[in-house]
Design a protein around this ligand. Structure first.
Ligand SMILES: NC(=O)c1ccc[n+]([C@@H]2O[C@H](COP(=O)([O-])OP(=O)(O)OC[C@H]3O[C@@H](n4cnc5c(N)ncnc54)[C@H](OP(=O)(O)O)[C@@H]3O)[C@@H](O)[C@H]2O)c1
Length: 272
């Protein structure tokens, strides 16, 4: 599926950051878009959808549904079904991250992270997959992270949720072989979005010096190119590909957590 014109693409978390930038990539190629956000961002989402319609002569629909609610994913899926168009691509992108040690962060924040990044992610994948399997055609594109590949100290639950997404995506892709439906992942490294400017997130991490920090547009562009080529997994940036595919395999697991602890700490800026 490399021709996107008139395809129907669903993107969660399209009101900001990587999801918003991904929506622009699909819109430029003429795909019609179903865009999601939390209800609080409904006005921004509508404004963005209208801009995409004006600029690219496409159709859009907006679905501001809180995916952290127990029935949020089901409501989102039912609303998208309500427009009466088969979904060609589902981009499972919405996510949250809280920075801080596991013991210090509130249980409420950790539970929200699991609800959005794991439960909603898994439920939405299952729901959209069922429709695609029936039609024997479709692509699920899960936004995972480089955090999926090793323990992520200082955002331990977030890292664990991405490991879940990665494992699930790769296993289900294999199970679907021959059905006309595929699952692939985008694995960005740090990207300059609201996520890394949230409450408690340090201004700089030591790791930024190694991995770099991309703009949401760069991350989306790299990912979209890989998606169009049908790549199963896309790690953004050569240094991240080298680290997360090759170097990590050579590193003892115990050492990985210790390295993660040190490099994901705040780096004092000259003014501190
Ligand atoms: N930024 C990074 O460094 C980085 C690195 C690797 C992977 N990622 C992944 O990239 C994806 C997008 O993150 P981002 O960096 O673009 O962050 P972002 O700008 O904060 O975007 C997150 C999106 O998820 C939506 N969302 C969050 N909670 C939701 C909920 N309960 N219900 C519905 N929508 C919800 C947000 O909607 P609202 O705008 O309404 O809040 C927003 O549109 C995430 O899966 C993240 O884990 C990010």
């Amino acid at each position: 599926m490399d021709e996107m014109r008139d395809r129907c693409v669903v993107i969660t978390g399209a009101s900001s950051g990587i999801g918003k930038a991904i929506s622009a990539c699909f819109a430029r190629e003429g795909a019609h878009l179903c865009l999601g956000s939390r209800p609080e961002e409904a006005a921004d989402l509508t404004a963005w959808a209208q801009e995409l319609e004006r600029t690219h002569a496409i159709r859009t629909w907006t679905f501001p549904v809180d995916l952290a609610l127990p029935d949020g994913p089901e409501r989102f899926h039912a609303a998208v079904r309500g427009i009466g168009r088969p979904v060609d691509v589902f981009v499972n992108n919405a996510g949250v991250l809280w920075y801080g040690s596991f013991a210090a962060l509130s249980l409420e924040k950790q539970v929200e992270t699991v609800q959005v990044n794991v439960l909603a992610h898994m439920k939405l994948m299952h729901l959209f997959l069922a429709d695609m399997r029936e039609r024997r055609s479709g692509r699920i594109w899960n936004v995972s992270s480089v955090s999926a590949f090793q323990p992520s100290c200082h955002h331990a639950v977030y890292g664990a949720t991405k490991a879940f997404v990665q494992s699930l995506s790769e296993a289900v892709h294999e199970e679907l072989r021959g059905t006309g439906v595929t699952v692939s992942t985008l694995n960005p490294s740090y990207t300059d979005t609201a996520m890394i400017h949230g409450e408690g997130f340090p201004r700089r991490l030591w790791w930024f010096d190694v991995s770099g920090v991309r703009t949401a547009e760069e991350t989306a562009r790299i990912g979209y190119r890989a998606f169009k080529r049908g790549k199963g997994l896309c790690i953004t940036g050569w240094q991240n590909r080298l680290i997360h595919t090759l170097l990590l395999r050579l590193t003892p697991r115990k050492l990985m957590a210790a390295i993660s602890y040190w490099v994901l700490q705040a780096k004092p800026s000259p003014r501190d």
